[in-house]
Design a protein around this ligand. Sequence first.
Ligand code: PEP
Ligand code: MN
Length: 364
Amino acid sequence: MEIHSLHTWITKPEEPLIIAGPCGAESEVQVLQTAKELSEIKSLKLFRAGIWKPRTRPNSFEGVGEKGLVWLNQVQKAFNLKTTVEVANAQHTELALKYGVDVLWIGARTTGNPFSVQEIADVLKGVDIPVFIKNPIHTDLQLWLGAFERFSNSGIKKMVAIHRGFHYAGKTKYRNKPMWELPIELKTLLPQLPIICDPSHICGNREMIADVAQKALDLGMNGLMIESHINPAEALSDGQQQLTPSALKELLAHLTYRRSSSSKPECLDRLSEFRKMIDEVDDELLTILKKRMSIIEQIGHYKEEQGITIFQLERWQEILRTRSQWAENLGIPKIYAEKLCLLLHDESIRIQTEIMNKTKLPNI
Ligand code: PEP
Ligand code: MN
C-alpha cells in the first residue's frame, strides 16, 4: 500500500499534526468565532467540524448539513486554515468535494460498515484528497485495515489513522477505552501509516484529555485531534469533552513533544547499551522458560502414567495467588503477573494435552 508521509504534504518532519474544532458546526458565529480563536494556535494544521453528526438516537442534533460547508469556506478564506469534515456516504462526499473541503475523515461508525466505506471510496476514485480513518467502534483491526485498502484501491495515498478508542462493555473510566495495543498492532502491520490520537472521544470529558494526549505522544503517535468549542456548556453535541480554544492552547503548550529518535551519537550509543542489556535478560528469561517447559513435559508424562487429569483447579488457584503475591513483593504489578501466569498455564495445558493425545494414539 502506498502511503505518503505527513511531512510530504502537511507538516514539517517530526512536527505533530494538530487538528481542532468543534464536534459539530452549529451556527455561522460559533464556527467563525471558534476558528478565529483557534487560528492563534501556531501548531494548528486543520480545523475540524462535523457537518453531519451520527447520533445514537434520532431527534438529537444531527448537524446543520450543506450550509455548514459555506461557513467552512469562510474559515478557509478568513483565517487561512485548512478544513476537515466527516463524510459517511456518497452524497456527503460529493458535497464536501464541491465545497472544497481540504481533508475528509471517516467516522468510527462508518469504518465499521464496508458498504459505506466502499461507496465513499468509489466517489474518490481519481481524486487527490487526504482521507483520515477513525478506528471502528469495536476492536476489529481487520475492518480498520479493510477501510485503508478500499481507499488505497481508489488511488488515495494521503491516509492517516485516527485512534479514538473502542467500545468496552466492562467497567472503564473512559467513554471509549483506548486499548493502545490495537493502534500499535496497526502500526506494526502498516509501518508507513501515520496515526494520530483523538483523546476527546476516548475520554468523554475534558479532565482526562491532557493525560491521554500525552500518552499518545509518548507512544510516538503523529498528532492529535481535539474538540474545541467557544462555549462548551452550550454545545449541541459532546459538550462535556470540548475545550475552549484558550484551554486547548494551554493544554497543547504543556504537552511534551518527542522525537522518534536522536541524531546524537552518544545518545544512540547509550540506547544500544541498554538494548544489549535487555537482550541478555530476555535470553536468560527464555532459557528459564525452556527449563519450565521441560518440567511440564515430565509432569505431563507422569500424570498420564498415573491416570491423573491435566487441569488441577486447586494447584492453578495456588499458582495465581502465590505468583501475584511474589510479584507484588518485588514491586511488579499484580495484574501483569496474573496475565503472565495465564500465558504460562495455557501453554502448560497445551503441552500436557499433546502428551496425553500422543500416548493414547496407538490404542485407537
Ligand atoms: C466526531 O469526531 O465528532 C465523531 C462523531 O467521532 P467518532 O466517529 O469517533 O465517534
Ligand atoms: Mn464529537
